[in-house]
Design a protein around this ligand. Structure first.
Ligand SMILES: [Zn+2]
Length: 478
């Protein structure tokens, strides 16, 4: 054995014994949140004045602050008057670096999410790069949330990052390929012929992979999606399902059909009495629903003016031309949009559907659908939580939608989504109680992810650095 090999072996041994890697060797291994109010999210309760120890990214101890003494060398975080909640999960995310940005900026995108308390994400339109990022994140090679990735979307027409499937054979091949490549879910979007959709569902069952995404009201429809136990995004096809046989219009405003002014006439005919039964059928088929309320309320319900875009606190991440492009898109939509009364009814009925699904035992999942429409990741998730509360969920139920429920859906319940000994120390420290007002998730003191604790002040400096980089990268795009 030559000297170099011997030296390397000793170094390797030292690394194994100390469990530390070079880059991290100065960071304390144990972090203690001292005298903190813990909101474990196993049920609605607050454990007052606790000390929580996190070692190597796992919660090792939760107990009375008077009783628990952090070991020597522990990094102490003062939790006095503060609230500790599980790291947040955003179930509907995309990246600018999927298309517009260079891949190298993905790590910035992840830091933005983390700075807003998001520690787990689900990508809803897969790209091969996302699988690389998922692996790097899992290995700790990059600082990123825990990643789940749905497949490239299966669609009936050519669209970016889509796989066009127009026959049953193509559908089966696309499902098998996505499974082979390692995606976590099969994503479906629009224009799928019924028999093609059925083939996707059947093949996915054989391949043991779940189908998630849109339910095109023209071709698939709610009944077929529910029969297939698909996990549905955006409340697709629900409005169409509320139309009575006798209605003079056949289409409503789910999904892409929201852009068709003719379809807005349907709002007058929607039969709200059908909602409880639809909710019951939903829970029976698949209780997990991601309504993405905020996106649809803001963009297609209220409508967005140039002033409202400019007033966004996250506007500094976007260059002038991106703001202008979205302002134009919004103007275009509003120029043919239905009167505000119809749009308000649209918001109200979507809210009613969410509340009914919740009341029937459904598991609502928070999803932001960022970063489209000038909505920044992380930031928008907090707005979604407020909108879920405004739809009639309690503050606790709203918080469940970004913690416990997604963990259940992702099969992570023994790892994340609640705070308990042995689980991941993915945590958000808040200055105020979110069970009194869900908007308090925006009053963050710090975030812990993968064993590292970052103060909000530190992460705000990341955001200051990243905002101009986003502006520049988006400015470079066509
Ligand atoms: Zn999306």
């Amino acid at each position: 054995m030559n000297k170099l090999v011997l030296l390397l072996s000793i170094l390797l041994l030292a690394t194994i014994i100390t469990g530390q890697t070079g880059g991290n060797s100065s960071a304390p291994k144990v972090v203690a949140f001292v005298n903190v109010n813990v909101i474990p999210m196993d049920r609605e309760r607050v454990l007052r004045n606790q000390t929580v120890l996190v070692s190597d990214g796992r919660v090792t101890t939760i107990g009375d602050a008077k009783r628990i003494k952090p070991p020597a060398g522990t990094q102490i975080v003062d939790g006095t008057g503060r609230f500790l909640i599980p790291g947040l999960m955003d179930m509907h995310v995309h990246l600018f670096s999927d298309d517009e940005f260079p891949d190298a900026l993905a790590e910035d995108e992840f830091k933005v999410m983390i700075a807003y308390g998001v520690t787990t994400i689900r990508f809803m339109i897969g790209t091969p790069e996302q699988l690389v990022l998922r692996e790097k994140s899992a290995k700790g090679e990059i600082l990123a949330p825990t990643i789940f990735a749905a497949s490239p979307h299966l669609t009936g027409r050519k669209q970016p990052n889509g796989i066009v499937v127009t026959t049953q054979a193509e559908a089966r091949a696309a499902v098998a390929q996505s499974k082979r490549e390692g995606y976590d879910f099969i994503k479906v979007t629009t224009f799928l012929a019924p028999e093609v959709y059925e083939a996707i569902v059947d093949e996915a069952k054989k391949q043991n992979i779940r189908v998630v995404g849109h339910a095109d009201s023209r071709s698939v429809g709610l009944q077929r999606a529910l029969n297939s136990r698909q996990q549905i995004e955006h409340l697709d096809s629900y409005l169409e399902a509320l139309l009575p046989e006798t209605a003079p219009v056949k289409g409503s405003v789910s999904d892409l059909y929201v852009y068709n002014p003719k379809n807005w006439e349907s709002i007058d005919y929607l039969d709200e009495k059908k909602i409880p039964e639809l909710a019951r059928l939903t829970v029976k088929a698949n209780p997990f629903v991601t309504p993405t309320l905020h996106l649809f309320k803001l963009t297609f319900g209220k409508g967005r003016s140039e002033e409202s875009f400019r007033a966004q606190p996250d506007i500094r991440f976007y260059p002038q031309k991106t703001v202008e492009a979205w302002t134009r898109a919004s103007k275009r939509y509003l120029s043919t949009a239905a009167p505000i009364e119809k749009r308000e009814k649209y918001i109200r009925i979507r809210n009613q559907i969410v509340k009914a699904i919740y009341d029937a035992g459904g598991k609502i999942m928070a999803g932001s659908d960022t970063p489209e429409w000038l909505m920044l990741y992380g930031h928008t998730l907090h707005l979604e939580l407020i909108d879920l509360r405004d739809a009639g969920l309690s503050d606790y139920a709203a918080l469940e939608s970004a913690t416990k429920n997604p963990a259940m859906f992702l099969g992570l319940s023994d790892q994340a989504g609640t705070i308990a000994t042995g689980k991941r120390g993915d945590l958000v420290l808040l200055d105020a109680n979110p069970l009194e007002d869900i908007a308090n998730t925006q009053k963050r003191a710090g975030v812990m992810i993968k064993g590292q604790y970052f103060t909000q002040a530190e992460m705000n400096r990341w955001l200051d650095e990243i905002a101009p980089r986003f502006q520049h990268a988006l400015d470079e795009t066509k």
